[in-house]
Design a protein around this ligand. Structure first.
Ligand code: ADP
Ligand code: MG
Length: 625
């Protein structure tokens, strides 16, 4: 009987060609990763079969699922064979001829051109199969599902592949690599053994090396996480981490726990060092794999950790969920809820431990993932206290550009008369440090935290207080802020500038709620402040940029520095148009200092120039000399 049909020649999809070219030409310095990728595919195929066999035990029968490596020195080929699920013709075309996954575009965008870095990315984006072409100038793949005819696929990786029927009788896939002359080292049993130990030791299925007449299992063939902690070295944990994440860098820390009680499960959580490409997509589902009784069920089980811990990686293996558990079933499942809350605690334990014992490493963690962890203040009211202690801030009390101040330190340094934890938000650290809002606090020598992430306003709003101390935005007119910077001269100044404030209110109506004398300024003439319950200007701006209409927008208050010459000049200007020029300039300047945009920058420039020219005219000696 023959099922071989006429070969069909097909073109790879355009993006596939691009990836292929990259794989072949830029990743040759990391040749050996091809074996990890192909064994991982074979192992996935076996896990898929094991999973389908739950519903149809006849699929598996008495088979032992395994991967076999067969080097053939005479033919110059290395084959990687599995008795897993196999593929139908349509699946071969889909899986090997196109790159349907949305990750691929990102992969292409993320490539740095540095082959060492690009090699690390390849597995992460699921383009692993093509790594075969790093060492092979031709790849033949034979595959068969239980219930569909066998398929033969062949390509030299140059843009086309050939597909036809085949008479392979047994279920599974065989990938035959026709090794390039310079890559014949991968025919040596010792080299293969070493690579399997390095990359695939922890796979739960046996990896068999068939060299000549001898056949032996090379790996431990035991699910890594079921092994006792005492048996596992740091290197073992790191190797397993790399296996599940495809990260080429080590993990920072991990926690391996076996829980026996009302529910039984093993969890292995890792904190990575490197930021994955999709960390900032909140829909990104996180990195926890779910196993039930050692059978792989799903990747990225979003129900196992909240989004603010989506940088964690690892797995959970439990005996307390059914093997046929679906994503739908995971939602609102009490067992899952319990495991999730335990994983949240474990993750925070890991972070607290790092912060307490390795502050430099914690600072690196914070730089990479702090902005994600902060979301927890907003999302998880139950953990606000714990997460609050893990936050790190820039501050007026610390000069460096590493955010290192904790709320505990801040509270311990608070002055006896100080009522609140003061913070300022700005788009950059430089803008924050130079903000006019800090002037009054500098005089009083009161520390202000400087917040520069876009979500900081929300974080501060949700945190609300820490150890009983309220948080107060110094760019607002909240009572806690006003009382901190109160000066004895303010009352007198208020009556001296009463008229000026009223005139300003009229000229700038529609732009400000009102104008008033300020105690917060020493150097700047004026500043814009949010009303006590109004939204800050920066937050309003962020919402506007995000295209959201903002029902809470309120007009700011313009505060004046009564000691500033420009403000004195304003008071003494009787002429209406001169007064208006100066008033608009003060307002526009204050807006710029907030990082805001001017409605009409050209008019601002014209007014400023007019003032400069007038100023020069009044000091003829300066121009003439
Ligand atoms: P990924 O493994 O990340 O999905 P790969 O490029 O490694 O990406 O593989 C592409 C797809 O080809 C796999 O998702 C799988 O569907 C299929 N495939 C590859 N190798 C095998 C195999 N040995 N058995 C069955 N299917 C396979
Ligand atoms: Mg793969």
């Amino acid at each position: 009987m023959t099922t071989q049909t006429q070969p069909q020649i097909k073109e790879f999809q355009a993006e596939t060609k691009q990836v292929l070219r990259l794989v072949i030409h830029s990743l040759y310095s990391h040749k050996e990763i091809f074996l990890r990728e192909l064994i991982s595919n074979a192992s996935d195929a076996c896990e898929k079969l094991r999973f389908e066999a739950l519903a149809r035990p006849d699929l598996l029968g008495a088979d032992t699922l395994s991967v076999t490596l067969v080097p053939d020195a005479a033919a110059g080929t290395l084959s990687i064979k599995d008795n897993g699920i196999g593929m139908s013709e349509a699946e071969v075309i889909d899986n090997l001829g196109t790159i349907a996954r949305s990750g691929t575009k990102k992969f292409l965008e993320t490539l740095s051109g540095d082959s060492a870095k690009d090699a690390q990315l390849i597995g992460q984006f699921g383009v692993g199969f093509y790594s075969a072409f790093i060492v092979a100038d031709k790849v033949t793949l034979l595959t068969k599902r239980t219930d569909t005819p066998a398929v033969r696929w062949e390509s030299d990786g140059e843009g086309q592949y050939q597909i036809q029927g085949d008479d392979k009788a047994d279920r599974g896939t065989e990938v035959i690599l026709h090794l390039r002359d310079e890559d014949k080292e991968f025919l040596e049993p010792a080299r293969l053994r070493q690579l399997v130990r390095k990359y695939s030791d922890h796979l739960s299925l046996p990896i068999i090396l068939k060299a000549g007449d001898t056949e032996d299992t090379v790996n431990q063939a035991k699910a890594f996480w079921t092994r006792p902690k005492a048996e596992l070295s740091d290197e073992d944990y790191q190797a397993f981490y790399k296996h599940i994440t495809h990260d080429s860098e080590d993990a920072r820390v991990w926690a391996h726990n076996k829980v026996e009680g009302s529910i039984e499960y093993t969890s292995l959580l890792y904190l990575p060092k490197r930021v994955p490409f999709d960390l900032f997509e909140r829909e990104q589902k996180g990195g926890i794999q779910l196993y039930v009784k050692r059978v792989f069920i799903m990747d990225k089980a979003a129900e196992l950790l909240p989004p603010y811990l989506r940088f964690m990686r690892g797995l959970v293996d439990t005996a307390d969920l059914p093997l046929n558990v679906s994503r739908e079933l995971l939602q609102n499942n009490r067992t899952v809820e319990k495991i999730k809350s335990a994983l949240v605690k474990r993750s925070l334990d890991l972070l607290e431990d790092l912060a307490a014992n390795k502050p430099e490493e914690y600072a690196e963690f914070w730089k990479a993932f702090g902005v994600v962890l902060k979301e927890g203040i907003i999302d998880d009211a139950g953990q606000k206290e714990r997460i609050g202690k893990l936050l790190r801030f820039h501050s007026t009390a610390v000069v460096g550009d590493v955010p290192e101040v904790t709320l505990q330190q801040y509270v311990a340094r608070m002055k006896a008369e100080q009522k609140a934890i003061y913070f300022l938000t700005a788009d950059t650290l430089a803008a924050a440090r130079n903000s006019p809002h800090l002037e009054g606090f500098r005089v009083k020598d009161m520390e202000v935290l400087l917040l520069t992430d876009r979500i900081d306003e929300w974080v501060a709003g949700h945190l609300h207080e820490f150890e009983g101390k309220a948080l107060a935005n110094v760019a607002s007119s909240a009572a806690d802020v006003a009382s901190a910077i109160e000066t004895p001269e303010k009352a007198a100044a208020e009556s001296a500038f009463k008229d000026t404030a009223e005139r300003l209110g009229k000229i700038l109506s529609g732009k400000i709620a009102n104008a008033q004398v300020s105690a917060r300024l020493t150097d700047s003439p004026a500043v814009l402040v949010a009303g006590e319950f109004g939204m800050s200007l920066r937050m309003g701006r962020i919402l506007k940029q995000a295209g959201q209409n903002n029902p809470f927008a309120t007009l700011p208050i313009l505060e004046l520095n009564p000691k500033h010459p420009l403000v004195e000049r304003l008071r003494d200007t009787a002429d209406e148009s001169g007064f208006a020029d100066l008033a608009h300039v003060l307002y526009d300047q204050a807006m710029l200092a907030e990082g805001g945009e001017l409605d009409d920058p050209a008019i601002f420039v014209r007014r400023v120039n007019r003032l400069i020219v007038e100023g020069l005219a009044e000091q003829p000696k300066i121009i003439l000399s």
